[in-house]
Design a protein around this ligand. Structure first.
Ligand SMILES: Nc1ncnc2c1ncn2[C@@H]1O[C@H](COP(=O)(O)OP(=O)(O)OP(=O)(O)O)[C@@H](O)[C@H]1O
Ligand SMILES: O=P(O)(O)OC[C@H]1O[C@](O)(CO)[C@@H](O)[C@@H]1O
Length: 319
């Protein structure tokens, strides 16, 4: 393999830069030329491509976002869009491609692999919603960002004797809410994977107040009802003043944690190892602390396992 490309696609996530750095440096170490493709599949279709060298990825391991920029590209979902992309890959002599993104990006990569381009996918998303890997690049940083906010909100919540609903991202996956909820001592964690009764939340709040508790954190995963409506209902049913904070895109930025930088570095290097071995259509993941790779279709067809034990523990500890 003489020349490969690397792109980031879908939502960005902290650690994507560390992954790009690992891809570029491992490739160059192995005598492979690397082309950086800007704005995901959009840049691929439009030929936004430039060669990368050792210093292109200097001073980025600690930076959030992605130096290659990212995009969601509807055109790439069409045959016509992908055929333009294949032409561009041929023009630039790109034989292998490393795609860093979420499940949509993986689907696009698999289609390129079926057209003869050797593709390797790295899981880059804060949501931790890819079923085949224990962790995605950016998830740990997002959880820590949420945790920092929980601490700040807890201070003011306690001073005023209020309850706080904190809405976090995750799309259809409750992992950010669950991990940050357990680590932040949330009283209730509401996730799409588990049914919940509002009455349980009200009862916990009232019990807590009766034993002198001055703050209550309710961690709410996005997409499950309206946080502000829930806040009003809590006030009506418990008499406890309730504030809502929607953390939003703050969770997608920031310097990656050591965990994410190491995960990204290991995965980036693994992608190059796989390409050198002639692999294609593979997804790299981390299972039980070991790097794994498997077919993209198999990776996407697995069911995401929600950690019910962790959810139960959160409820026990917040009794
Ligand atoms: N079925 C598909 N076929 C071809 N390309 C696809 C397909 N699904 C998604 N893509 C491409 O991948 C891009 C990124 O997908 P998507 O917007 O779903 O984000 P993602 O990779 O899942 O990341 P995130 O989890 O951060 O949202 C899409 O904009 C599109 O270009
Ligand atoms: O930045 P956008 O395009 O609004 O997407 C937001 C979505 O992307 C994510 O941040 C990452 O997939 C989700 O948690 C969220 O639902």
């Amino acid at each position: 393999m003489k020349t490969i490309g690397v792109l980031t696609s879908g939502g960005d996530s902290p650690g994507m830069n560390a992954a790009i750095r690992a891809v570029v440096r491992s490739a160059i170490y192995n005598g492979i030329k690397v082309m950086g493709i800007e704005r995901g599949y959009n840049g691929l279709i439009n030929g936004k491509i430039k060669e990368m060298n050792l210093s292109s990825v200097g001073d980025i391991i600690h930076r959030g976002g992605t130096i290659l920029k990212t995009a969601r590209c509807e055109e790439f979902k069409t045959e016509d869009g992908r055929s333009k992309a294949l032409n561009v890959l041929e023009i630039f002599g790109i034989e292998g491609l490393v795609v860093i993104g979420g499940n949509g990006s993986f689907k696009g990569a698999q289609k390129l692999s079926h057209s003869g381009i050797k593709t390797i996918c790295l899981p880059g998303t804060i949501d931790n919603d890819l079923p085949y890997t224990d962790y995605t690049i950016g998830f740990d940083t997002a959880v820590n960002t949420v945790l920092h906010s929980v601490s700040n909100i807890r201070d003011t919540s306690a001073s005023h004797g209020r309850a706080s609903i904190i809405e976090v991202m995750g799309r259809y996956c409750g992992d950010i809410a669950l991990y940050a909820g357990l680590a932040g001592g949330a009283e209730s964690v509401i996730v799409p994977e588990e049914e919940y009764k509002k009455e349980d939340i009200f009862r916990k709040l009232i019990n807590g107040r009766n034993r002198g508790k001055m703050h209550s954190i309710i961690m709410l995963a996005e997409g499950i009802g309206n946080a502000f409506d829930l806040g009003k209902e809590i006030e009506e049913k418990t008499g406890i003043e309730t504030k809502v904070t929607v953390l939003g895109h703050i969770q997608r930025g920031g310097s990656p944690t050591a965990f994410d930088r190491i995960l990204a570095s290991k995965m980036g290097a693994k992608a190059i190892e796989l390409l050198i071995d002639g692999a294609s259509g593979r997804a790299v993941g981390m299972k039980n602390n070991s790097l794994i790779d498997l077919d993209i279709d198999e990776a996407l067809s697995q069911d995401k396992q929600f950690d019910k034990d962790m959810y139960k523990l959160t409820n026990i500890l917040s009794i």
